[in-house]
Design a protein around this ligand. Structure first.
Ligand code: ADP
Ligand code: MG
Length: 345
């Protein structure tokens, strides 16, 4: 099991990582999520041993890896820019890491065939990498990372360069493959859809710190703060102040809002908070609570549902609804108190 403990790292005196800690358990795929430039690749390089932290440590079980060189860590890597040898064939690319281990030719052959069949590329072993499509090259890159049977796999935005259709297809295949091989993996991405598809657990990185480490379900239902919420595309946010805790009432620019959801820990009366109205919180039918006057500014048909934008007290909010509401209508709306979250800022 991998343990990253309290990592600090600066670049040109600017702090990049400020106390990053997390674990990866056996058989688990962890997605490390954060905006571009937040230090995700740097964390992987530190785990790999290519780069040194300013302080903090990386453990495998009880062993501190400080003095273990890169090639002895038994970690596999897969990058966005494949890093394959274009003028070698698929077989030679996958065999590369195995030749470094001085394995017998017969064993190398068996291992290469096995991983190529895992990524559905067994028929391509004599093809030059330069003659493969982007998606096929990515499969070869994955086979090469898997071939030496690493005890941890690190994937750095592996699908970032592919178009949408191919990305979606490979995402599903990768998820199945990672579960099937049971190799613990750290999957880095800035794409929340990818993270939700692939991760058993999500680790969200912002401003050098881990702001949430939880299952995709928990992250979506209970974002730790307004940054996580906005990162997930949950942007119906306003400032508020806790008036009473039981019942939970928050004072906002809209007026008083009644909330019936679990509170974050350590919230007290009088605290400044953020109030999140979930995309499905809008009730068009009459409801006693949380009633406000709204002007509909946009409506878009999405297939089964509609997305409506509206102004309430000069703030624009967006909701998903089951029945259309026409742009331009001035209506009374209310919000389901069970679909409102109170977040720490
Ligand atoms: P991410 O993978 O999340 O996009 P990175 O870990 O690649 O982020 O980089 C984070 C920041 O650190 C970037 O702003 C980058 O410019 C800076 N950085 C990364 N590597 C170096 C380096 N070797 N020297 C100086 N700055 C670096
Ligand atoms: Mg990166």
């Amino acid at each position: 099991m991998l343990s990253v403990k309290n990592i600090f790292k600066n670049y040109e005196k600017q702090p990049l990582l400020c106390g990053v800690s997390f674990d990866v358990q056996q058989g688990e795929t962890v997605c490390l999520l954060g905006r571009s430039g937040s230090g995700k690749s740097t964390i992987l390089r530190i785990i790999a041993g290519i780069e040194e932290p300013k302080s903090g440590s990386v453990f495998w079980d009880t062993q501190d890896l400080k003095d273990v060189p890169v090639h002895k860590r038994q970690f596999g890597f897969m990058f966005q820019d494949y890093a394959l040898f274009p003028h070698k064939n698929v077989y030679e690319n996958v065999a590369f890491g195995l030749r470094m281990q001085n394995l017998e030719n017969k064993d190398i052959y068996d291992r290469v065939q096995d991983v190529l069949s895992k990524v559905k590329m067994e028929k391509f072993s004599h093809r030059l990498v330069a003659d493969l499509s982007g998606g096929e090259q990515q499969r070869v890159a994955l086979a090469r990372a898997l071939a030496p049977e690493p005890r941890l796999l690190m994937l750095d935005e592996p699908l970032g360069a592919l178009d949408r259709t191919l990305r979606e297809q490979l995402m599903d295949e990768l998820r199945l493959l990672l579960h099937e091989t049971k190799i613990p993996a750290i999957y880095v991405t800035h794409d929340q859809e990818e993270a939700f598809t692939i991760g058993d657990r999500l680790i969200l990185l912002n401003a050098g710190k881990i702001v949430q480490d939880a299952s995709p379900f928990v992250v979506y239902k209970k974002p730790a703060n307004s940054w996580v919420s906005e990162f997930l595309g949950l942007t119906n946010l306003i400032n508020g102040k806790i008036l009473t805790l039981d019942p939970l009432v928050v004072q906002t620019i809209f007026g008083e809002i009644v909330v019936i959801t679990e509170l974050p820990e350590n919230i007290h009366q009088g605290d400044e908070v953020m109030v999140l109205f979930r995309p499905d919180a809008l009730l068009v039918e009459e409801n006693q609570l949380n009633k406000f006057q709204a002007l509909i500014t946009d409506d878009v048909f999405l297939g089964n549902q509609w997305r409506v934008k509206m102004m309430i007290s000069d703030i624009e909010f967006s909701f998903i609804v089951d029945t259309p509401i026409n742009t331009g209508s001035q209506i009374l709306v209310s919000f389901n108190p069970e679909l409102i979250n109170v977040l720490q800022e």
